[in-house]
Design a protein around this ligand. Structure first.
Ligand SMILES: [Zn+2]
Length: 125
């Protein structure tokens, strides 16, 4: 499900990652690549390295953090899809990796959260 944009914040400056309106410009953070501005919440939930990666990803593929419902995301399905496409040999690891991260982020999952869950799955096998 795609969430409707908040009409009240549509005219203000928006965060390049989550698209929430930035009301207090003093709290805004500009990414070093100058592709966009980042809100205080995103600045706190992502590392500087993640921010660059995420801004680049949304710049290239569109979408935003939390665009889709988190409950629609399946960790197992995502990993399976990743492995399957990779073994089919028609895609590079990098291309699949980028696609996977785009999916993770548009479902509102922070990289740290995903990697933690991934390590839990890896330990079980
Ligand atoms: Zn944000």
């Amino acid at each position: 499900m795609i969430k409707a944009p908040d009409s009240k914040t549509s005219r203000s400056i928006k965060c390049s990652i989550c698209r929430s309106g930035i009301k207090d410009l003093r709290t805004m953070y500009q990414s070093s690549l100058k592709l966009g501005v980042i809100c205080k919440v995103c600045r706190e939930r992502f590392s500087e390295e993640d921010i660059e990666m995420i801004v680049n990803l949304f710049f290239a593929f569109g979408g935003y953090f939390g665009q889709f419902d988190k409950s629609d995301f399946s960790m197992d399905e995502t990993i399976f899809e990743f492995a399957e496409k990779l073994s089919a040999g028609n895609s590079t690891f990098h291309a699949q990796n980028v696609k996977m991260w785009h999916k993770i982020l548009t479902h509102g999952i922070v990289p740290k959260e995903f990697l933690e869950e991934l390590s839990v799955i890896a330990e079980q096998e």
